[in-house]
Write a protein that binds this ligand. Structure first.
Ligand SMILES: Cc1cc2nc3c(=O)[nH]c(=O)nc-3n(C[C@H](O)[C@H](O)[C@H](O)COP(=O)(O)OP(=O)(O)OC[C@H]3O[C@@H](n4cnc5c(N)ncnc54)[C@H](O)[C@@H]3O)c2cc1C
Length: 463
């Protein structure tokens, strides 16, 4: 070991969070081993370990910026693979809270790629790093600890191919990026560290996705249309043109109001949405493949940074640390924010201190968590603690969305915050707050929903 943080780091989970962690570890460790239970072959077929890959994965503007920082030329590379590129506000229809946001250039890049393509290209970049190697498909089944029990010194793996016995691989640092099903709480418990507290907010979201071959101008030239839940209806959906000129339509419903998978039920759900854009774009087109479903129960944030004892040599990242209601499209971008936070702690020759890094990862996660929880709590059926601060914030955002239907400056400010480019406080700066408070908002008729801009919704008064 020379000016590096350690000889060997192991990353458990070779999905987005694990790959981005590996990217920054490669600058600080002589060898980085990525372990996944799936065979991670080149290609863009959805794989077993990431069933969410069959559904729309919006890459937030901040995520695009960070991927470009970690892998220079990434956006152009994706465009070379056919992913449409545009502006997040100028080339996308955003229908939030029952309002059609005003159109303007936001100066932020929308990269419209399928999740398997994004993962494939990130993996190719990581595979090309000389420090990184991918282990044969194996299940991580536990941690190995030092004799005095304060430091993780390796992992226990079970190879998939021949159901072979446990093997132990030594490492200076082990990162768990195995997603929502992470066993880290149980592993830590068995080593005597106890378990982290988990913050949870139940949302019971159902997704159903179909893909279509539609004319390129199906959204009049727009790349995507995102329809959030509306007051009185926890339903929405998104339609996006992806690489290969395939269109993906995902419908979702919260608090058990799930879209059906059968064609008639799916179509009725689509027609029931507040705005007709998604239905108008798809029309009577036949999907190119069967419906894929996914059920997501709860936002879960594991508070490792608050544990009284935590071993050195071990970290938890990505969905394993915090997983969000997917309708806000935050997971991949938060994984990138966490990777950057980790990078800041990998100084030459110094091994990262677990609790310090965990606190930095928590800070990177705070704002997206608050945004997701705050938005979920505006749905009356979601059962959670509505503090006065959250109620006021919810009412303010509701008013801001209504005003942003007519005011492009507010629409721009809003997408910068929801795209995780700016912190939520940016919406409170005097120039923005004054525009929100000055704006007149009024209810709309059903006919108005078909034209833009729309600046109100009948259900607004109910909240
Ligand atoms: C329906 C849905 C839609 C979503 N939409 C968006 C979106 O629009 N935008 C966005 O940014 N994010 C979205 N997300 C979140 C996004 O998928 C994740 O945040 C992102 O993939 C990062 O996850 P991860 O790498 O931490 O874990 P995952 O992607 O879940 O990957 C975990 C990896 O660990 C492996 N693994 C698991 N257990 C073991 C084990 N014991 N041993 C070895 N390997 C193991 C798995 O094979 C897998 O490769 C969505 C999620 C869902 C569920």
């Amino acid at each position: 070991m020379s000016d590096r943080s350690g000889d060997h780091a192991i990353v458990l989970g070779g999905s987005i969070a694990g790959l981005l962690a590996s990217r920054v570890l490669a600058d600080a460790y002589d060898q980085v081993t990525v372990v996944d239970r799936d065979q991670l072959l080149p290609g863009t077929q959805p794989r077993r370990g990431t069933p969410q890959g069959r559904h729309i994965h919006a890459l937030l503007a901040r995520g695009q910026q960070l991927l470009e920082q970690l892998f220079p030329g990434f956006t152009a590379e994706l465009a070379g693979h056919g992913a449409p590129i545009g502006d997040v506000l100028g080339d996308a229809r955003l229908l939030f809270g029952g309002h059609r946001l005003a159109r303007a250039e936001a100066g932020l890049v929308a990269l419209s790629a399928s999740r398997p393509l994004l993962e494939d290209r990130i993996r190719a970049r990581v595979r090309a790093l000389p420090e990184v190697r991918f282990a044969p498909p194996s299940d991580a089944v536990g941690l190995r600890c030092s004799r005095e029990g304060r430091r993780v010194t390796g992992v226990r793996l079970l190879r998939r191919a021949d159901a072979s016995a446990d093997e132990v691989i030594d490492a200076d640092l082990v990162i768990d990026a195995t997603g929502r099903g992470s066993r880290a709480p149980a592993w830590l418990q068995s080593l005597g560290f106890g378990q982290p507290r988990a913050d949870r907010l139940q949302v019971d979201v159902g997704y159903v996705t179909r893909r279509y071959q539609l004319p390129l101008d199906s959204l009049d030239g727009d790349l995507a249309c995102i329809h959030g839940p509306t007051p009185g209806s926890p339903r929405g959906g998104a339609l996006a043109r992806l690489e290969g000129d395939i269109w993906m339509l995902t419908l979702f419903g919260m608090v058990g109001d799930h879209p059906p998978k059968d064609p008639e039920g799916f179509d009725a759900f689509l027609r029931s949405l507040c705005f007709p854009d998604l239905h108008d774009a798809v029309g009577a087109a036949e999907p190119v493949d069967g419906p894929a479903g996914y059920r997501f129960q709860a936002n879960v944030r594991r508070r490792y940074e608050r544990m009284l004892q935590f071993p050195e040599g071990f970290l938890v990242m990505g969905d394993a640390l915090c997983s969000f209601n997917p309708i806000y499209g935050q997971g991949m971008t938060v994984a990138a924010l966490q990777a950057i936070a980790l990078r800041d702690h990998l100084q030459a020759g110094i091994a990262p201190r677990s609790q310090r890094v965990l606190r930095a990862l928590a800070r990177a996660t705070d704002a997206p968590w608050e945004l997701a929880i705050g938005a979920d709590l505006t749905v009356p059926e979601v059962d959670g603690r509505r503090t006065p601060r959250r109620r006021i914030a919810g009412a303010y955002v509701t008013r801001l969305q209504a005003a942003a239907a007519r005011d492009p400056a507010l629409a721009r400010a809003f997408v910068r915050v929801t795209g995780l480019v700016d912190r939520p406080e940016a919406l409170l700066q005097p120039s923005i707050a004054a525009r929100v408070l000055r704006a007149r908002t009024h209810a709309i008729s059903a006919a108005e929903r078909h034209s833009d801009p729309v600046d109100g919704h009948p259900g607004m008064q109910a909240r």
